[in-house]
Design a protein around this ligand. Sequence first.
Ligand SMILES: [Zn+2]
Length: 401
Amino acid sequence: MRAVWALLGACCLVSPGARAATAAPAGTTAPAATAAPPGTTSPAPTVAPAARAGSAAAGFAALPKIDVHVHINSSDPALIQQAQADGFRLITINVDYPDFPPVATQRTLARTLAAAYPQTLAWVTTFEMQGWDDAGWQQRVLAQLDADFDAGAIGLKVWKNIGMEFRDRAGRLVMIDDPKFDPIFAHVRERHRVLVGHQGEPRNCWLPLADMTVNNDREYFREHPQYHMYLHPELPGYEQQLAARDRMLARNPGLKFMGAHLASLEWSVDELARFLDAHPDAVVDLAARMGQVQYQSNRNRVKVRHFFVRYQDRLLYGTDLTQEPGVDAAEIRKQAHAVWMRDWLYLSTASVQRVPELDAPVRGLALPRAVLRKIYAGNAERWFGAAWKGLPAAVGAATVR
Ligand SMILES: [Zn+2]
């Protein structure tokens, strides 16, 4: 159980226990849950489940794919090797998160692994809030950023500790639109890197556990009461967190921004559409929020599918898969493959499957191949440029039918 936690206990609400419970059983290479579960009210599938699974697996293998949001906190290349086996490139993201190894350790791991696997792995750096009140904090962060960018980092991550946790010497909560961050974000823009922002939390975070819409939110906030804002009414609310983020973006035009976890607007494709319309330099990743998308598509599949098609240039595939030190390599590989296949079935087919995030079965969106090509790789290639070095021509030239 510890190993499962270590793999999937990511910074941002992957559901470790629930995901483990429905992972593909040992020995299967296709997801276990492709058949329509008993009692589903969705339309009858038109293709036999086995044939559907086979064709989905073939489509998966043929498409170039990038998971833009993982955390590799171990020197073991197991997750990288599974990515190579499944045709994925990865972005590993450093985070100023107390459950992760120290930032300096994360940085060394990312640099070392990206140098060893340049075709597969790129990395995003971060900074620590520690020392914020010191006169030299800003210059120190800028110097570190230059060193990291020179070493190949493709972006900078800012996390929810800004806005929800870190206080300055005066006891004031530091928000993401604090002017002290502006030279740092300006530097990210000048160096043509991407700011990856996880501000706020899913809206569920401000609700009691029983009212949350997805199982993974319920589990994470049960395990992390310090981040469960329903228990902390003295802290800024959901709207205040996102308003600070949006003010920061408005003050930094031209800054390429990737809103992690659907920019904390996971509960409403309408709200997400408004955000993307208002911020033309922003994209969002899907990491650890597929359950929230599925919650919505179970209520209005046509609307969610329309959103994916309309915003096909602004959505980047990601999972939040996390590899902690000391976990079993075979277990990690099995889990990663199961998560990737489950998401693939949802996005690329109309199959009905059970997912750990929801109690109800979920019918896939069956997105067009051209849309999948963008969400799975094209948008990340456009956004992050030549992040992955020395790609074999066969991958770079892969065509989509
Ligand atoms: Zn994460």
